[in-house]
Ligand binder design. Structure first.
Ligand code: FES
Length: 163
């Protein structure tokens, strides 16, 4: 082959250069989007996070309000998260109900005299097991926390929706 056949024309040089720079810029723009789209899937495979809430011996067959807090780092934002749950024993099982009303998200309270949870915002009501009372605004039961019992202590994780 002669040296002349290996020469790159000005047009080819510009074409290669622009393709390379364009590809580099496109990758720079797409990578954060791909990372954002895959993030939930990557986190789903991660170890589940549970937090210590109380001792098992403190839990009775009547719902009691427990609060706990933990540190959470969300990208660059470092914060303290406060949580609460109503925890009770259903036979041998520990049940932890979310205190967030499933109508529009107000905080419910437990009324011992009626054995019901009542929402102060629009009068929503839930039975002791978290089932929504028909005829009141909420259309689904209270969410439940993922429960883990370790060494006689109750640990709670994420809430799960019940329909
Ligand atoms: S937010 Fe609870 S009833 Fe509306």
């Amino acid at each position: 082959m002669s040296e002349r056949e290996h020469k790159v024309s000005r047009r080819q040089f510009l074409s290669y250069t622009l393709t390379g720079v364009g590809g580099f810029m496109a990758a720079g723009m797409l990578m954060p989007m791909v990372r954002f789209a895959l993030d939930p899937a990557l986190k789903a495979g991660a170890e589940s996070n549970v937090e210590y809430v109380c001792e098992l011996e403190d839990v009775t067959d009547k719902p009691q309000r427990f609060t706990w807090s933990f540190n959470q780092v969300d990208s660059w934002y470092d914060s303290t998260v406060e949580r609460e749950a109503y925890i009770y024993l259903d036979g041998e099982d520990v049940v932890a109900l979310s205190s967030i009303c499933t109508h529009l998200g107000c905080t419910i309270g437990y009324q011992e005299d009626t054995s019901r949870f009542v929402c102060p915002c629009h009068g929503g009501q839930f039975e002791e097991d978290g089932t929504n009372v028909p005829g009141t605004p909420p259309t689904r039961p209270l969410d439940v926390f993922e429960v883990e019992i370790r060494d006689g202590a109750v640990y709670l994780g994420q809430t799960m929706r019940r329909d």
